[in-house]
Design a protein around this ligand. Sequence first.
Ligand code: AMP
Length: 192
Amino acid sequence: MNSTRGPRLVLIGKQGAGKGTQAKRIAERFHMQHLSTGQLFRDSAAAGIDAGLKAKKFMDRGDFVPDEIVIDVVEERFANPKEVEHGFVLDGFPRTETQAVELDRILGSRTLDLVLNMEVPTEIVMARLASRKREDDTEEGIRRRLELYETETKPLVDFYDCLGLLVTVNGVGEEDEIFGRMLAAIETRLTY
Ligand code: AMP
């Protein structure tokens, strides 16, 4: 990666690990796009757009939105090179191995620089989620999403580790402190 653009970055972590907060700060720091598939779905459902309304049915149950729908939404964003030419931070995508393989295809020569794995113990994410007021944060929804994280998303940690892209960051602590750790991890990939 060179210093004329920001990193091409993926954040992985359990729900409530703080991905959204940190992704927003990283995107601001490097003047680049923050792409949250969850947020895209919430916005398009609120606007009454078909893909968003379909996605909402799955989100309300804590289920994953089917890969085809998620991949279409991401592909659409990457089809506009202006959106991502300065780098990007993907938050909440990929969440399955199929999505990771499709992301690689969508990116083509714009290969990822880094995958940051935010590690936070389950007891701590549960406490954070209890204080969050999102529509899908029901007891059943939270349980289901943690289960899906273990079975579907956690394997991506090994997947990206094998590709030499993974850096695990301790996601426990103050927001600023965690941001500092994230930046330090990104710096290790910057070449000048
Ligand atoms: P998030 O805002 O990342 O917590 O995502 C909220 C919800 O959107 C998730 O619980 C899923 O139902 C859905 N979602 C977001 N991103 C994805 C994805 N990459 N694959 C499947 N479902 C997703």
